[in-house]
Design a protein. Structure first.
Length: 234
C-alpha cells in the first residue's frame, strides 16, 4: 500500500486507518523532501538505492510498530518511508512514496527487482515449475506443450509470449486477473505444431489499459491447459 497521506493525515480526516494492519505508526505529516530512497540491510531491500521523481508533497513520516520493520529510509532528510510487516496470518508492505516515482539505478536498484522481492516476500513466486519445465524441454529440442513470458515475467508496455503445441489444431490464449475473470482473449486460431510467439499490449477486450498487478496467461489446445503468471508494472 502506497500513499503520502494515507498513514498520518488521512486517519485524522476520517479516512480508513491502515496503520495497525500494516505495523506502521504515521508520526508526522511531512513535507516535499523525498530525494534518495535507500534499502535496509538484512531485509529484501538490502543494497537498493533509488532517486525519486514521483509525487512529493506532505509525505508522511513512518515508524515501525509491533511486527513491522523498516525497509526504506529517505535521505538526506532522514526518516522512514517504507515498512514491511509479517504477522504470519498475512504480510504487508506500506510506503509513503510512489512506486512509479522510483528511478532505476544499477545492480539491484531497479523497480523490477523490488517488485520481484516484494512478491517473494508475499510468497508469490513468478518463476513457476511449469515455466522451468517448458524452458528445459525447449532447450532439449523436444517439442512440448506450454507457455511462458519471453524474458522477464515483469512488463510495462508490451508482453512477449512464447508457446509450444505438440499437435496442430485450435489454440486459445486468454488473460485472466487474480479473481479468475477473463479480461482479454489474446488469440483463438488454428496453429501448426511447433513453437510460436505472440504479444500483448496490456489492454483488455474493451481496449482499456489494465491496472498494475498480477495476471495469468492461459493456453488451451487439444484438451490441455497450461498457464504462466506475469506482472504489469507501469
Amino acid at each position: 500500500l502506497e500513499g503520502g497521506d494515507v498513514w498520518y493525515w488521512d486517519p485524522l480526516q476520517g479516512g480508513y486507518d491502515f496503520e495497525i494492519l500494516c505495523g506502521i505508526d504515521g508520526t508526522t505529516d511531512g513535507g516535499g523532501d523525498l530525494t534518495t530512497i535507500g534499502g535496509v540491510a538484512t531485509t529484501f531491500t538490502e543494497g537498493m538505492s533509488f532517486s525519486y521523481t514521483g509525487g512529493n508533497s506532505y509525505i508522511d513520516h513512518l515508524s515501525p510498530v509491533g511486527s513491522g520493520y523498516t525497509i526504506f529510509n529517505n535521505s538526506p532528510t532522514a526518516y522512514v518511508c517504507g515498512i514491511a510487516n509479517d504477522v504470519r496470518a498475512y504480510r504487508t508492505v506500506g510506503m509513503s512514496f510512489e512506486f512509479g516515482g522510483l528511478m532505476d539505478g544499477s545492480g539491484v536498484s531497479t523497480k523490477d527487482t523490488l517488485a520481484l522481492n516484494i512478491m517473494e516476500f508475499f510468497g508469490i513466486h513468478l518463476q513457476g515449475v511449469a515455466i522451468d519445465r517448458f524452458s528445459a524441454l525447449k532447450n532439449d529440442r523436444k517439442l512440448s506443450f506450454g507457455i511462458k513470458a519471453k524474458g522477464s515475467n515483469l512488463f510495462s508496455n508490451k508482453l512477449d509470449i512464447e508457446y509450444g503445441i505438440v499437435h496442430s489444431g485450435k489454440v486459445e490464449i486468454d488473460i485472466y486477473n487474480t479473481t479468475g475473470r477473463k479480461i482479454k482473449t489474446l488469440m483463438s486460431a488454428t496453429k501448426n505444431a511447433g513453437y510460436h510467439k505472440i504479444s500483448w499490449n496490456g489492454k483488455d477486450d474493451n481496449g482499456r489499459n489494465i491496472v498494475n498487478g498480477i495476471y495469468f496467461v492461459t493456453i488451451k489446445s487439444s484438451g490441455k491447459v497450461k498457464n504462466t503468471k506475469v506482472m504489469l508494472i507501469k
